[in-house]
Design a protein around this ligand. Structure first.
Ligand code: XIL
Length: 362
């Protein structure tokens, strides 16, 4: 968030109504999706950084003209939304909700509980009782604030261990440390009690290839979902983050099987953070883009073979702004190309794949 974020937020709000109509810039950027938004089978959305809506007109136009949904890339994480104990900071999230609604889009919430992006003060938590009290207070505060405006929340993000040693191995976090695995149940029950109509999502990554660790991660996430359902814990969907590794083929049968198993539990699936990590793909941009689009096509196709996802969201819209180089920089120094538009907002094959998929629903 920039230091003049307050100023920027005001601009979003005052500018929102004026920006509903199509500008010439938008028309140029948006050959299709803006016009067919209402008729898509699956809403397509992107993670949005609020400050960029003000700072970059091309970003604003691209989001408005291509999407039916947004999700907050950072504004609703615990560190941002409850920076001090008991003191909520909803402005950034509210601005995104206002932007979404002014433009006829839905907005998802990300994320109520995570091991990362937490405020410093959670490190002071020292007993299970205190942890439960703070977890409940956080979820009640955030979900009730956005009630009726946000209908789908990533309640728990990335709950399973990075490399699970067994199929109930959960990721270390302040919540697991103090509460054990029941932190998931507490979180889900609390969110459902505040807003029974919510789509409650557990969100995970690295569950789509034949890699040994990813095979174990599929087993672990499915075991977790089964355990929760067996206990009667409210839960709506598994979110496939979909941070695909460009050099690893999608295990299409395994993905379809996982989706079928999840559906058999009475749960939906959705794609929450799609992008393609391209640090190990060919240097040539055109070649890379084809490989990326093909991974995305395999992934979405494998999901749809078992069930229609309730939404597909990419983790950003343009290669200009992406988290990928924070962890997966290319050795040749060239820019990562994980997203549907390139750094100059030119549509790449990935956009066609995603939008065709969302239009037809298969
Ligand atoms: C990332 C954001 O994109 C970055 O801007 C931020 O600095 C760190 O977090 N999985 C998630 C997301 O669930 O919340 C992460 O978002 C990317 C990986």
């Amino acid at each position: 968030m920039t230091s003049n974020a307050g100023e920027n937020r005001r601009t979003v709000l005052t500018g929102a109504a004026a920006l509903v109509g199509a500008s010439a810039l938008e028309a140029a950027l948006s050959p299709t999706m803006g016009q067919v938004g209402a008729s898509v089978a699956i809403p397509y959305g992107v993670a949005v950084q609020e400050d960029l809506l003000n700072a970059d007109p091309r970003y604003l136009a691209a989001v408005k003209s291509n999407c039916q949904m947004i999700v907050a890339e950072g504004a609703m994480k615990m560190g941002g939304i409850q920076p001090q104990r008991g003191k909520f900071a909803f402005q950034g999230g509210d601005n995104l909700v206002a932007f979404a609604h002014a433009n006829g889009m839905q907005i998802r919430g990300h994320t109520l509980v995570w091991y990362a992006a937490n405020p410093e003060w959670v490190k002071e938590i020292s007993t299970p009782l205190e942890a439960e009290r703070e977890l409940v207070r956080h979820i009640e505060g955030v979900v009730s604030h956005f009630k009726g405006r946000i209908k789908s929340w990533d309640v728990v993000n990335e709950p399973i261990a990075e490399e699970p040693a067994h199929n109930r191995d959960l990721r270390r976090s302040v919540w697991l440390q103090h509460l054990g695995p029941r932190y998931l149940e507490i979180a889900l029950r609390t969110a459902a009690a505040v807003d029974p109509g919510l789509q409650l999502v557990i969100n995970e990554f690295n569950i789509e290839t034949n890699d040994k660790v990813q095979r174990r991660r599929r087993d672990t996430i499915l075991t977790l979902l089964r355990d929760l359902k067996q206990k009667g814990v409210p839960l709506g969907a598994l979110g496939f983050q979909g941070h695909l590794h460009g050099h690893l083929p999608i295990d299409k049968d395994a993905v379809s099987q996982l989706v079928a198993d999840v559906k058999a539990l009475g749960l939906d699936v959705l794609v929450t953070e799609l992008d393609v990590i391209d640090n190990q793909l060919a240097a040539d941009p055109a070649q890379r883009d084809v490989a990326i689009a093909s991974r995305v096509s395999d992934f979405l196709g494998a999901i749809a073979a078992a069930a229609r996802p309730t939404a597909v969201l990419t983790w950003g819209i343009t290669d200009r702004y992406t988290w990928v180089p924070m962890y997966f920089k290319r050795a040749d120094g060239s820019r990562n190309r994980p997203l549907p538009l390139d750094a100059e907002y030119v549509r790449k094959p990935m956009m066609r794949v995603v939008q065709d998929f969302c239009r037809s629903g298969a």
